[in-house]
Design a protein around this ligand. Structure first.
Ligand SMILES: [Zn+2]
Length: 630
């Protein structure tokens, strides 16, 4: 996923907050005391504390979904049939569910089964326990979703780009899939699936599977995912959609009014896939398509296999924000092919993906470009580290009792990246690339824990090359170790010089912005400090037209700095932005900036009340916390 800076459900992980963090972390022990100790994989049983299911005893191998999507009642109704493997002769199979209504359960196609729903848990949901027999091969659950279902976002026509038809999409990561399908919701478990999905006339359904390229008159679409995936990658989107092929294995889905601009922006996707394959081996998922969702999508992108879900905020008109696509593509290896076994190991998904993303961007745009991305990432990381309690500054987490989304901070992404970059710099790029290629190949379609990865790293790379890099501090200690790589980008140094000059002279003529990319603008705007007055912001705006920027990254940081400076020339465009965009990465700092003064807080509350309906559940939760509405 790219890129979630903010925890959702709780602020307990923030530095200003209290004791619950500490009491939940004592089990987070390190086994890497000896720097180059070779750990034996699987010495410790993998414990996923975010599932109520008994997948280690009896596990789903395959799912068949038969679903109807009903926009009238905003619900999905149907049957999920689990083909199971009973490894321990268990008498019951336990599934995860949350906010679902279960009507009946049928075994082997015809036998009515006894089942029981457990007590509701705010974090994990409700266990669904079904009695099974020795000969039980399939368990079919007849169910429907409810209004509370967290994974589903139902948009009315006005919230879409076309404004002619409603829209629905799912978000499974981290533990939301259980709220639209009763299943064993652990990333350690891999499944294959098929689906028949019936939707209203005139709409197309697409999934993380093989997809239709045009409207089907019957309105029932058939899907198949033959490669095994963790359940959080089950995904569905339904709406008025069109498809445009970009080349033989890449293409884009979008609402009709956006299709051309999306296809133009993403035209180089095929090249990206080629570059990624050259780096780390064959793309294993056949097609790589992207669906550009309506603006309420709360994330940058979600790496649903074969079909990345992406925010429309990457459509800048000049391809300047396509590194997000490189990120989601990289997940086709790190995350989707080799998956974190538990959410405590989330950095294995994201740290590798950020590293891989920047290698793709380096291959396409050059080293200085990729290093600018890395520096911006480092700035994000520093900001995040300042906000987090020590326990959440570690790569390996102990999230027992916490929502896994709380771990989706820059630590997993950027600290993970810098750890891997350090390994690259220590052993040399050639050796590290060979290691990574072999890592993906030898672990494909499997899951992995931090312990298992570190054992593999030591055995295959560090010990043979007689290198040590202070692994234990990187993985199990807060903050950033002293050996964190430092990065310089020539183009940023030039920006910094101009900014210094500007701060001295307050003369905009010293800024030579003609050739600045998005990254240079971001670097400049981030470094504008609080001494810049509203009058200076106004002058800058007149000269560079930043309030009207069509680039969402630039607009968002400009609005944020303007709010802090008390510059009101942005007010109208700020409100339009907050109305249109649901991406939490942008909403969070803007509402925070508003909430920093009593008047701003009032304005923020008024704006939020008006446009809350345009945001997804995960964004709403974050903003309600910021505005003191919880
Ligand atoms: Zn990601």
């Amino acid at each position: 996923m790219k890129k979630v800076i903010i925890p959702i459900l709780t602020s307990l992980i923030f530095a200003s907050c209290n004791s619950k963090t500490a009491e939940n972390t004592s089990e987070n022990n390190s086994e890497i005391n000896d720097e180059n100790a070779v750990l034996t994989p699987n010495t410790k049983e993998i414990m996923d504390t975010h599932t109520l299911s008994n997948y280690k005893e009896v596990a789903t191998k395959h799912l068949d979904l038969d679903l109807t999507v009903d926009f009238e009642t905003k619900s999905i109704k149907g049957i999920v049939t689990h083909t199971i493997k009973n490894k321990t002769n268990a008498k019951q199979i336990v599934f995860d569910s949350k906010y679902l209504v279960v009507d009946k359960v049928v075994l082997n196609g015809s036998e009515a089964a006894t089942f029981k729903l457990g007590e509701f848990d705010e974090l994990l949901g409700t266990s669904l326990t079904v009695d099974i027999k020795e000969n039980t091969e399939t368990v079919a659950i007849h169910y429907k979703t409810t209004q509370k279902t967290e994974a589903l976002d139902w948009l009315v026509a006005e919230q879409t780009a076309n404004k002619t038809s409603p829209f629905m999409y799912t978000q499974g990561q981290s533990i939301f899939t259980r709220s639209w399908i009763p299943l064993q919701d652990s990333p350690e478990l891999r499944i294959t699936y098929t689906a028949n999905v019936t939707v209203p006339k005139g709409m197309i359904a697409v999934m993380s599977a093989n997809n239709p390229v045009e409207l089907n008159e019957s309105s029932t679409y058939y899907f198949e995912m033959k490669q095994s995936i963790p359940c959080y990658l089950l995904a569905l989107a339904v709406g008025e959609l069109e498809f445009k092929a970009l080349d033989e294995r890449t293409g884009v889905y979008a609402e009709p009014s956006m299709l051309t601009s999306c296809a133009e922006e993403l035209v180089d996707m095929g090249k990206m896939v080629n570059v990624a394959e050259e780096l780390y081996g064959p793309y294993q998922w056949e097609r790589f398509d992207v669906i550009v969702l309506p603006p309420s999508f709360p994330f940058g992108g979600m790496e649903n296999p074969r079909l990345t879900f992406a925010t429309p905020t990457i459509i800048a008109g000049d391809k300047s924000l396509v590194s997000l696509i490189a990120h989601e593509l990289a997940h086709s290896w790190s995350g989707n092919l080799v998956t974190n076994a538990t959410w405590n190991d989330f950095w294995l998904n994201e740290g590798f993906t950020v590293y891989f993303e920047r290698r793709i961007m380096e291959a396409l745009e050059g080293k200085d470009y990729a290093d600018m991305l890395a520096i911006l990432g480092f700035q994000d990381l520093e900001r995040t580290l300042n906000e987090l309690t020590p326990e959440f500054q570690k790569l390996r987490l102990n999230l027992k009792g916490f929502h896994p989304d709380d771990a989706m901070t820059d630590v997993a992404y950027e600290k993970g990246y810098f750890f891997l970059r350090l390994i690259e710099e220590t052993v040399g790029r050639d050796k590290f690339d060979a290691f990574l290629k072999q890592y993906f190949e030898s672990h494909k379609f499997q899951t992995i824990t931090t312990d298992q990865f570190l054992a593999y790293l030591n055995k295959e790379l560090l010990i043979p090359n007689n290198k040590s890099i202070n692994i234990s501090e990187w993985v199990d200690e807060p903050g950033l170790p002293a050996n964190c790589p430092t990065i310089e980008a020539k183009r940023f140094i030039a920006v910094e010089k101009q900014l210094e000059q500007y701060k001295k002279d307050k003369d905009l003529a010293v800024l030579e912005t003609k050739d600045w990319s998005t990254h240079e603008w971001l670097h400049f705007l981030r470094d504008l400090d609080s001494t810049v007055s509203a009058q200076e912001m106004e002058k800058m705006d007149k000269r560079f037209m930043l309030t009207n920027s069509g680039n969402s990254e630039i607009a968002a940081i400009w609005f944020e700095k303007s709010i802090y400076a008390g510059y009101h020339g942005i007010d109208e465009q700020l409100e339009a932005f907050l109305k249109r965009v649901g991406r939490r990465k942008f909403l969070k700092p803007l509402y925070e900036a508003l909430a920093s003064t009593p008047e701003g807080l009032e304005t923020g509350r008024v704006i939020f009340k008006k446009y809350k309906k345009n945001y997804h559940y995960v964004s709403i939760n974050t903003i309600e916390g910021i505005l003191g509405l919880k």
